[in-house]
Write a protein that binds this ligand. Structure first.
Ligand code: S3P
Length: 447
């Protein structure tokens, strides 16, 4: 619930080479889903490598409020004793999802077809974000919602007493919306179908299959058609959470920015619906190698070895946007040090993330002396040999904006200060220590 707490300004100073091994935490998307599917299963789901960021801790607390037994046994080691599909109890209090759009949207889906009511809220960032994209399809199952204008949180959802299955074409490329519909479909009789024009992260589909649901995925002229048979008995499963490719992108991009750096980031998910940033970095000329490719817990993973490289700006293919949607902020920061212009198109969804990320990156880069151009759905960054820095950047309660500028500050001419780094704890609680161990000069104010 970082957005509820005091601001923590942080400063990154020009640093020497980054060296060493960066053990980034577990994947945030998979961590949320492991807790939610564990809660909807019969038996005990054992999870290893769970991300213990605030977003995921808020989802764990929510699952307890809906009646599941969620226990921490050691660092990253958790168990969930589930209540079964349709077994959620009505929570006594308000469900506070803090900063997490994924948490609130997936949980709303998971309860929407059970005959209970729940009220959801979040921090100042989450309470601004659109929820209609989820409550609209959930209404088709028979759920009712009462929120603030524009369907914003706080919002009360009344689950359908007699849910009907739904066929839904996603109007926006969003794995959160897709997942909310699939989770709602679990407790509807018959087949729920979701159609997505552009493939988005597929962790929900993979995990539902792993937990024993009947789910098929077909690529057709209409797009990707996902069909789920409702009312399965989900069986508890062990879940080994791979390391988060979105978190790994920060030390990887920092190493690309700071001359003479070389780091290894082991065990990072290379799921093809998530690895767009790494393809893009290689196209820009990065010396980035995926070593020891293997399969862990149903996900392809590899050890990433990256060395500082001179990069050139490219036009990022817009059809790649969904597979790197969370990595555009750090790519924009890196692009400031590439030769030529980096053009990022088809990224309108960035305007409804934890902050308006096109605007936040554009204003922050300008403050650091970098030339940018933006349109409603694009951002272009003009690279330069030296980024002046020497600015304070507004992060708008957005962890990825904070981390992106702290990375850039390591390679700028003058320090870069972010007004509030506290939201970093939502997704990457060990960021500061991990970066310092690699040699980054990052300090909190007054420490
Ligand atoms: C996520 C989906 C993406 C992503 C978010 C995590 C998920 O959001 O930005 O960080 O776990 O499903 P959208 O579904 O809004 O694109």
């Amino acid at each position: 619930m970082s957005g509820h707490g005091p601001a923590i300004p942080m400063t990154a100073r020009p640093s020497g080479p980054l060296r060493g091994t960066a053990q980034v935490p577990g994947d945030k998307s998979i961590s949320h889903r492991a807790l939610i599917l564990g809660a909807l299963s019969v038996g005990e789901t054992q999870i290893t490598g769970l991300l213990e960021g605030q977003d995921v801790l808020d989802t764990a607390r929510a699952m307890r409020a809906f009646g599941a037994e969620v226990t921490q046994h050691g660092p990253g080691e958790w168990s969930v004793h589930g209540v079964g599909v349709g077994g959620f109890a009505e929570p006594d209090g308000v469900i506070d999802c803090g900063n997490s759009g994924t948490g609130v949207r997936l949980i709303m889906g998971a309860m929407a077809t059970t005959d209970i009511a729940a009220t959801f809220t979040g921090d100042a960032s989450l309470n601004k974000r659109p929820m209609g994209r989820v409550t609209d399809p959930l209404a088709k199952f028979g759920a009712q919602s009462f929120g603030r204008s524009g369907g914003r949180l706080p919002l009360t959802l009344i689950g359908a007493a007699q849910p009907v299955p739904v066929r839904y074409t996603l109007p926006v490329p969003s794995a959160q919306v897709k997942s909310a519909v699939l989770l709602a479909g679990l407790n509807a009789p018959g087949q729920t179908v979701v159609i997505e024009g552009e493939p988005t992260r597929d962790h929900t589909e993979r995990m539902l299959r792993g937990f024993g649901a009947e789910i098929t995925v077909e690529d057709t002229d209409e797009g990707r058609v996902i069909t789920l048979t409702g009312q399965p008995e989900l069986q508890a499963q062990p879940v080994a959470v791979p390391r988060d490719p979105s978190s790994a992108a920060f030390p990887v991009c920092a190493a690309l920015m700071v001359p003479q750096s070389e780091i290894v980031v082991p065990g990072v998910s290379q799921n093809p619906t998530r690895n767009g940033i790494y393809l893009t970095l290689q196209e820009m000329g990065a010396d980035l190698v995926m070593e020891n490719p293997r399969n862990e817990g149903g996900e392809p993973v590899a050890d990433l070895r990256v060395r500082h490289s001179p990069l050139r700006g490219i036009a990022v293919p817009p059809e790649r946007a969904a597979s790197m949607i969370d990595e555009y902020p750090v790519l924009a920061a890196l692009a400031a040090l590439a030769e030529g212009v980096t053009v990022m198109r088809g990224i309108k969804e960035l305007r409804v993330k934890e902050s308006d990320r096109i605007d936040a990156m554009a204003r922050g880069l300008e403050a650091c002396g970098v030339r940018v151009e933006e349109t409603e759905d694009s951002l272009s960054v003009h690279g330069m040999a030296q980024v002046p820095g020497g600015a304070t950047v507004q992060t708008h309660i957005d962890h990825r904006i904070a981390m992106s500028f702290l990375c850039l500050g390591l390679a700028a001419q003058k320090p870069i200060r972010v007004d509030n780094a506290s939201p970093i704890a939502t997704s990457f609680p060990v960021f500061e220590d991990l970066m310092r161990d690699l040699g980054a000069q990052i300090t909190r104010e007054n420490t």
